[in-house]
Design a protein around this ligand. Structure first.
Ligand code: TRP
Length: 338
């Protein structure tokens, strides 16, 4: 039986340079869904970005470069509808409507909001809670993004799963009150890959300065990988696993990152060869690093080339954004009017 070709939507925060965490956590999935022939909407969450951006020019430059990188990775504006959130202003209207039925208590339990709340000093200034209304309402706007195109599936990384669950709750509540107006999306699956940072921390993230970027040139790649801390302490024991091909044995976290990357980029024999060296306790860190760096640079080369290709300049990004928003606008207006 053929799987239903559902409507896919995901939002992308305009964070500038894209890294391997972005690629394996999200971009690869976006491209896979696009190639499977789903109707895919991928948008730049520029309203959402207003909670954090400070320099407008920087931010516009970063957004364009990010879109050029997406295209260089294989996201195709002729197959997927790629647009900018603010070019679809009826999203803001739907967000306002959804906000009317959303409990503040529900929003206060949002992970992003809670994390930020946790970081502000207990003794607040005379104005009280310094966080913005926009930050508290972040999941409501996200719900509007999702519901406005009648999305069935919302592929997101682990960190955004709770927000999508909130969107499902909001849609159900809205329908319960006003009739079956909104399409309720499916729950998010839990298998998004989370890549650790080069410093061995749990997550590769731009703000943690621990990323390997898709546009890094070979020199930078080698430098970053050589800089990964590899301990000479006695190696801990492996964990047993049923799947010896891809399992990353228990090892010091930063070494684990190298193995994880190798498993994603190198042929399986190369990976297994290094796994064998690890298990036998041989010395191999230097070779592991240069081998991995070669595979990373090989992966980056065509992306860098397509990033700089003549058909992928600033103007072509502006052109496809304009053409694509025209495709999504009728769908969105139809939702708001119904
Ligand atoms: N909040 C998401 C992020 O930080 C981006 C986003 C905005 C989004 N709206 C969305 C993701 C709707 C999925 C669906 O990455």
């Amino acid at each position: 039986m053929q799987e239903k070709r559902g409507i896919i939507l995901s939002g992308i925060r305009p964070t500038g340079r894209l890294h391997y965490g972005n690629y394996f956590g999200a971009i690869a999935k976006f491209i896979e869904l696009q190639e499977q022939g789903h109707c895919c909407y991928y948008f730049i969450a520029d309203y959402h970005a207003l909670t954090t951006i400070t320099d407008r020019q920087d931010y516009l430059r970063q957004t364009i470069d990010m879109l050029r990188t997406y295209v260089a990775c294989g996201l195709d504006p002729a197959k997927s509808v790629i647009y900018r959130q603010s070019d679809l202003p009826c999203t803001a209207e739907l967000s306002l409507l959804l906000g009317m039925i959303t409990n503040i208590g529900h929003l206060e339990r949002g992970t992003t909001y809670k994390d930020k709340m946790g970081k502000i000093p207990a003794t607040k200034g005379p104005e009280g809670n310094p966080l913005s209304y926009g930050l508290l309402g972040y999941p409501v706007l996200m719900a509007a993004d999702i519901l406005i195109v009648r999305a069935d599936k919302v592929p997101v990384g682990d960190d955004q799963r709770q927000h999508v669950e909130m969107a499902i709750d909001i849609a159900q509540k809205f329908n319960y009150r006003f009739g079956e107006v909104l399409n309720v999306p499916e729950a998010v699956s839990r298998n998004a890959l989370r890549l650790p940072g080069l410093d061995g921390s749990a997550k590769m993230g731009k703000s943690d300065n621990n990323t390997l970027d898709l546009l890094d040139d070979p020199k930078t790649v080698l430098q970053k990988i050589k800089g990964v801390q590899t301990t000479t302490d006695p190696l801990p024991l492996d964990t047993d696993s049923d799947d010896p091909e891809v399992v990353i044995p228990k090892m010091p976290p930063s070494l684990g990152v190298l193995y994880r990357l190798l498993s994603l980029l190198a042929p399986i024999e190369v990976y297994q060869d290094f796994l064998g060296k690890y298990r036998r306790g041989e010395k191999f860190y230097g070779m592991l690093k240069t081998t991995l760096a070669e595979h990373v640079s090989k992966f980056n080369a065509p992306i860098i080339e397509r990033f700089n290709a003549p058909g992928n300049d600033d103007q072509s990004v502006r052109d496809f954004l304009r053409a694509n928003v025209a495709k999504v606008t009728p769908v969105a207006l139809d939702t708001v009017e119904s």
